[in-house]
Design a binder for this molecule. Structure first.
Ligand SMILES: CC(C)(COP(=O)(O)OP(=O)(O)OC[C@H]1O[C@@H](n2cnc3c(N)ncnc32)[C@H](O)[C@@H]1OP(=O)(O)O)[C@@H](O)C(=O)NCCC(=O)NCCS
Length: 167
């Protein structure tokens, strides 16, 4: 299996992976919108034998009140073909994805997801830093990973996703 940056030839395969993983088209539509609208869309695919079997996307997060010096991204969505799940593909996508975010200069990455899944990558509850989310998700489900040490020290408020996600 190879993890690499998504490229324009992957668009239909990425749609398929998202539709299969979520059992609906909403997340595939969201990825298509993010790709067009998000200022710094980062996406990776997991490929096995020429087939795209997994996908992960990151898009910008802004803070309310604004934090001019903070470059933050949000992980969403991620997906693995149902018959390839629970084999470490998702974990590999998260690890490589975080490396790509670091390389792109991100100071922090947020995620709204399963509180049992993300801590193993270093994510911690954002609420412990006084950072909330706009969706009213339970505090333990909204997490953040600081990539630049100290970047979140004086940051509090509400983390806002790209409008495509908010929609
Ligand atoms: C979430 C997802 C991307 C994980 O991919 P994966 O390749 O199965 O992940 P890994 O193999 O690296 O990790 C598997 C571990 O993740 C955890 N896990 C996976 N799906 C989970 C879920 N829905 N709830 C809680 N934990 C989950 C389990 O602890 C599992 O470990 P186990 O096999 O010992 O039980 C995949 O399950 C998926 O596509 N799900 C549907 C879409 C989705 O919910 N995406 C996340 C929200 S954007």
């Amino acid at each position: 299996m190879q993890i690499r940056a998504e490229n324009p030839d992957d668009v239909f395969a990425v749609r398929h992976v998202n539709e299969a993983a979520f059992g609906q088209a909403d997340e595939a539509d969201l990825v298509d919108r993010l790709r067009k609208s998000a200022m710094s869309y980062i996406a990776l695919v997991a490929v096995d034998g020429g087939t795209v079997i997994g996908h992960i996307a990151f898009s910008p997060i802004t803070m309310d009140p604004p934090q001019a010096n903070l470059s933050a991204l949000g992980l969403a969505p991620m997906s693995v073909l149902p018959d390839r799940q629970r084999n470490g593909v998702g974990s590999a996508l998260v690890r490589e994805g975080l490396a790509a975010c670091r390389e792109a200069g991100a100071d922090a990455v947020f995620v709204l997801g399963h509180p049992e899944y993300y801590p193993k990558f270093g994510f911690e509850p954002a609420a412990a830093r006084g950072i909330g989310n706009e969706y009213g998700a339970p505090p333990e489900a909204f997490m953040v990973l600081e990539l630049t040490p100290g970047a979140l020290e004086c940051v509090t408020g509400t983390a806002l996703y790209d409008p495509a996600l908010a929609d």
